[in-house]
Ligand binder design. Sequence first.
Ligand code: NAI
Ligand code: MG
Length: 356
Amino acid sequence: MEKTITLLPGDGIGPEVVTEATRVLDKIGIEFGHKFNYQTAAIGGTAVDQFEDPLPKETLDLCRESDAILLGAVGGPKWDSYPAHLRPEKGLLRIRKELQLFSNLRPVSIYNSLVSESTIKEEVVRGIDLLIVRELTGGLYFGEPSERLDVDGEEAAVDTLSYKRSEIERIVRMAFELAEVRGGKVMSVDKANVLESSRLWRQIANEIAEEFPNVTLEHMLVDNAAMQLIRNPRQFDVLVTENLFGDILSDEASMISGSLGLLPSASLSAEGPGIYEPIHGSAPDIAGKGLANPLATIASVAMMLKYAFKMELESEAIMDAINQALDSGVRTADLVYGNQEAVSTTEMTDTVLHYI
Ligand code: NAI
Ligand code: MG
């Protein structure tokens, strides 16, 4: 097959990990007889510097024309003081909205050889396999108003958490469809004891559950979910939640796997190309030093092959190769505890390529 992939390297370690992931794609192309064509476009701080726009129109056009999009990460201290519309993160929010990527799938599992190295007890994390389904185009990150204002003569600010019925229905339905072909359980996470938007979310989740007799639905408050993810993560199969809660819980869940540098994601719409991206940010503290773990982005490419191109075998070949690379003992710095030796970003990819 021949596929066109838009690369959005972005800022910080973004370009480093995207480069590594394309090396893996190229190897898959050779081994399985596919051709992957790349077109690179600017997003985030890099785009602000070049075009004074964190999401230039040309970038969006290229994305729309491609079969899938691979994103690194955006942001960094350089742009922190820029006005809201020129912030790198705005580019990310806008592209998610423009492409209607309402569903962000974040699988959480643990590679065999990392079980004994986890900061969480072995018996808690062994065999973990859960899927966080994060709503991505609504909630607090998009609600209006979101602005500075004056309240009683004092400086103040407001953000808005708002959801429409249709937005909740489609993400919860997606969670149920995924649960049907997984473990048959949906955990809907909200803050229904306090938030009205959560009470609507819970009501609609109960309605959708009626359509799926083979899937069980439970509800959990987000603060309890944060605790249960560390105490007993095995109780979860599919965890569905709103935008901000999903953002925070998935960073937390990355510690089940061992590092933020391991977790991939897929941001999908009802139709049109999806964005495949690591869940981590631009990690300015380690950018340009060859320290970044490329595995989250490489695993995101595996998700792309599976979800966008229906290349199941190719996707499995990547995940198997990651497993074998880690079995062979190589560790990037984020995975090293104690006096174990760390390998560089490129060396980690080299080892993965060796096993494909
Ligand atoms: P971050 O995810 O960039 O980094 C958090 C910590 O994890 C840092 O110590 C970093 O060195 C480490 N880390 C992250 N990815 C790693 C990798 N692949 N290998 C090894 N270590 C890794 O989050 P932080 O520091 O809160 O934010 C930095 C910038 O990234 C900010 O500007 C933020 O807005 C942006 N950001 C962008 C995201 C995106 O583009 N999707 C998501 C999250 C944050
Ligand atoms: Mg995050």
